[in-house]
Design a protein. Structure first.
Length: 503
């Protein structure tokens, strides 16, 4: 069937349905970073140490990461619409419970549950795109999803600072959570009306691979728990868990291969390792988010503690990155079929260059002038970031068969969340070590941390270039024998990503 015929037979409400589902995704991902600016208010109200309050951020990231792949598999099995509505309802409820917290235990428990609900929701967006879109439209839809992922992280400090400024410092932190309730309820009603009930249940059985879920969950927990504990000022001795985590993840991979051999449906199909674009895209996501996410923490620390900016002023200082990311993501989402992985290469170069320039500017300029001086370099970095996250989402997931779309989307998000958690810990450590070693030189500390972030972005660039070189070598024999084009290449600017594997 041609792309035109596929488009003609598609749900006419698909773009409106996608918009509604992405509102839910934006809320969930925004809550990863928006709470950072509210932590001092929460600490003051409950009278607990900063390390305890940090679990409001870290606990959410932990349970969010644990829920992603199993929830994606449930969506593949039970139906995306059903799982999306359940997850969005749970997120609205847990947001209200978190905002209404009266004790520290209540707050942390509600926040952990909110993370589970968020992790349940995100993978359904990938599955819904696979269900609703075909042809070049699917590439554009994945591009929009990628831009939402990048923008939600970049705009968190701005939105959080604005809410605190409007609601006041005393109870403003509650509205950081309450704001999800009216938006989520409207999205819930619209999703129930617009998202088509295309249930995938029964297409491949209802086996949910409990053993695989436990092995993967334990492995991810072993990776994330030491990181989030370190961020919260907790037990450094938990780093030994990384070794058994690696063993558990190896056991998970072996179990999944055996599950396929037994004719059962795995949690994460080993075929994904051979799906065009998925392994490289996941690696790029892991490394890029390691460098990308932590910059918001160190910039907030620098602007607020080092220069005395308010939370809102600090958030506005990094707005150029968010604006650049938004503009570039819109372009990049449409340009993926033409330029492929080269967009990532250009974006990573720009992002790393912008980070280096920002580091040099902030080392030499202080006071109110610092935000203005950094605006240009941050804009360049944002333009680069918009050409990384959005195209990489398309290139990573565009070739994934629909029957495993939810689990694959969960796996990609898991890579991003692990990278984000590690990156936040690493850049914060670099910042504080430089601050201590330099005798409280805030400019030197933020400069060192941003240079570290740039180095990680360059590592992601090496991965992208390596894929292009490897595919160039593989394409030469095909071209010589007249078989070029027999297999679509998501890294090639001549192919459309979704055509590499037929769902």
């Amino acid at each position: 069937m041609t792309n035109d015929a596929l488009a003609a037979s598609a749900d006419p409400r698909r773009w409106r349905a996608l918009t509604v589902s992405l509102v839910g995704a934006f809320m969930v991902l925004l809550d990863v970073s928006i709470v950072n600016v509210a932590l001092p208010s929460i600490e003051g109200e409950f009278g607990v140490p900063a390390g305890t309050v940090q679990w409001v951020v870290s606990g959410y990231a932990l349970t969010f990461g644990l829920a992603l792949v199993p929830a994606g598999r449930l969506g593949d099995t039970l139906g995306r619409r059903r799982m999306f509505l359940i997850a969005l309802s749970a997120f609205v409820l847990t947001s209200a419970l978190t905002g209404a917290a009266r004790t520290t235990g209540w707050l942390l428990a509600a926040r952990l549950l909110q993370g589970v609900a968020g992790g349940m929701l995100i993978p359904q967006n990938v599955g819904l795109i696979q269900d609703m879109f075909r042809g070049a439209e699917r590439a554009r839809a994945f591009g929009v999803l990628g831009s939402v992922v990048g923008l939600s992280t970049a705009t968190g400090p701005v939105v959080g600072g604005l809410i605190l400024d409007l609601a006041g410092s005393q109870d403003g932190w509650r509205w950081v959570f309450y704001v999800n309730v009216p938006i989520g309820l409207v999205a819930l009603v619209l999703a129930a009306r617009l998202v088509h009930a295309r249930n995938t249940a029964g297409t491949r059985g209802t086996h949910l691979d409990l053993v695989g879920s436990l092995l993967l969950g334990a492995g991810v927990l072993g990776l994330l728990l030491p990181v989030v504990s370190n961020e919260s000022g907790g037990a450094g001795w938990l780093w030994w868990l990384v070794v058994p985590a690696a063993l558990l993840l190896t056991a998970f991979a072996r179990w999944e291969v055996g599950t396929v051999g037994r004719g059962r449906v795995p949690l994460l199909d080993p075929q994904l390792a051979r799906t065009a674009g998925f392994p490289t895209g996941s690696a790029i996501a892991l490394v890029y988010f390691t460098g990308f996410t932590g910059i918001w923490v160190v910039l907030a620390l620098f602007f607020q503690d080092g220069l005395g900016y308010s939370p809102l002023h600090s958030g506005l200082a990094v707005t150029p990155f968010a604006l650049g990311s938004a503009v570039a993501a819109l372009f990049a989402g449409r340009a993926v079929p033409r330029f492929g992985r080269w967009l990532n290469v250009a974006g990573l170069l720009a992002a790393a260059s912008g980070m280096v320039a920002t580091a040099l500017v902030l080392r030499g300029v202080g006071g109110d002038a610092a935000a203005w001086a950094a605006a240009g370099p941050l804009l360049v970095a944002g333009l680069g970031g918009g050409m990384v996250v959005s195209p990489n989402t398309t290139l990573t997931l565009g070739s994934v068969p629909a029957r495993m779309a939810g689990a694959a989307g969960g796996a990609l998000q898991t890579a991003q969340r692990i990278g984000a958690a590690i990156g936040t810990a690493v850049l914060a450590t670099v910042y504080y070590d430089a601050l201590t070693g330099s005798g409280r030189d805030f400019a030197a500390a933020v400069s060192d941390a941003l240079l570290c972030a740039a180095g990680l972005m360059l590592l992601a660039l090496v991965i992208a270039v390596a894929e292009l070189i490897e595919r160039r070598h593989r394409s030469v024999p095909r071209g010589a024998s007249g078989e070029t084009g027999a297999t679509a290449d998501p890294a090639s600017p001549q192919t459309t990503p979704h055509e590499a594997v037929t769902p």
